[in-house]
Design a binder for this molecule. Structure first.
Ligand code: AG3
Length: 278
């Protein structure tokens, strides 16, 4: 008998993967959390039935969300804030940059961190780095109240449903702008450019309303729905599309060529961005 995990990706579309073992599942105060062993993706972390990261394709998403902004940042890049990302995968990529002196990760659900530490050690080991600090708190409140200036804020959130909705709001991006140094940047995962054709331009317009430079880039993450996945960058000074800093060694997805190519947007996306829903 085979057991299948099925994700309802968008209304009318599902993705199923064969599960060899359910390694863990629980209901946390915030969400349903599971670690599945699958044939195709290796270990998979799901939250409320949505795939967040998988052993086999995490490098694509995590290298894309971290290294684009980091390699485009021309100034002093020492202090990085990650909102969400309790699995540690984004933090691991950030800490590959030697010049980073502090990486703070603000995760709302401490169980995500604990379970990632147990079942996804390759990602979560980054949290043991002396430059790393994990703060269990609501990212929206944290960014609103924080006094320190960061050089980069990375929003590695879940989809804009439930508690994460506020992480896609204009107020949140205004707070991120305030919490950044004069040459700071903010990058957020912003959903499928194909399936979320109305949401992506709306989010982009909110970022563009708060930062002098806003750019969108794409990458395909096999375990996420809809082909091109979008990331939105807000920048105070530097052009996010131009890689200037050499990337750390041993990457499997990111390269300066991939960086430049990720900003090449198909016309259907360009047109959508030009006409955000009012
Ligand atoms: N960040 C989640 C990206 C959104 C996935 N959405 C989806 N598959 N519908 C995950 C955290 C990884 N560090």
């Amino acid at each position: 008998m085979s057991v299948w995990f099925t994700e309802d990706q968008v209304p009318g579309l599902r993705l199923s993967c064969r599960v060899s073992r359910v390694l863990h599942q629980e209901k946390t105060p915030f969400q349903h959390l599971a670690i599945l062993e699958t044939e195709v993706f290796g270990r998979v972390l799901t939250l409320d039935g949505i795939i967040q990261t998988t052993e086999h394709d995490e490098f694509i998403y995590h290298e894309l969300i971290a290294h684009v902004a980091m390699c485009a940042h021309r100034g002093t890049l020492r202090r990085v804030l990650i909102i969400g990302g309790g699995d540690g995968g984004t933090m691991r990529q950030v800490l590959r940059h030697r010049q980073v002196t502090a990486c703070h990760l603000v995760e709302i659900d401490e169980r995500v961190v604990a379970v990632a530490r147990e079942f996804l050690p390759a990602l979560s080991a980054a949290m043991d780095d002396p430059r790393a600090k994990v703060i269990i708190a609501d990212g929206i409140e944290y960014v609103r109240d924080v006094q320190e200036a960061y050089d980069l804020i990375i929003v590695d959130s879940t989809d804009p449903i439930g508690p994460a909705v506020g992480l896609f709001s204009a107020d949140f991006y205004a707070g991120a702008h305030r919490a950044l140094a004069v040459d700071g940047m903010c990058v957020a995962q912003t959903e499928s450019a194909f399936h979320n054709a109305r949401l992506v331009p709306a989010i982009f317009a909110r970022m563009a309303g708060n930062f002098p430079i806003a750019r969108l880039y794409l990458g395909a993450i096999p375990s996420y729905p809809g082909g091109p996945w979008s990331f939105t960058v807000g920048s105070k000074l530097y052009d996010p599309a131009e890689p200037v800093r050499p990337p750390p060694g041993d990457l499997r997805y990111y390269s300066p060529d991939v960086h430049r190519a990720a900003f090449a947007l198909p016309p259907y996306v360009v047109q959508a961005l030009a006409h955000p829903p009012s």
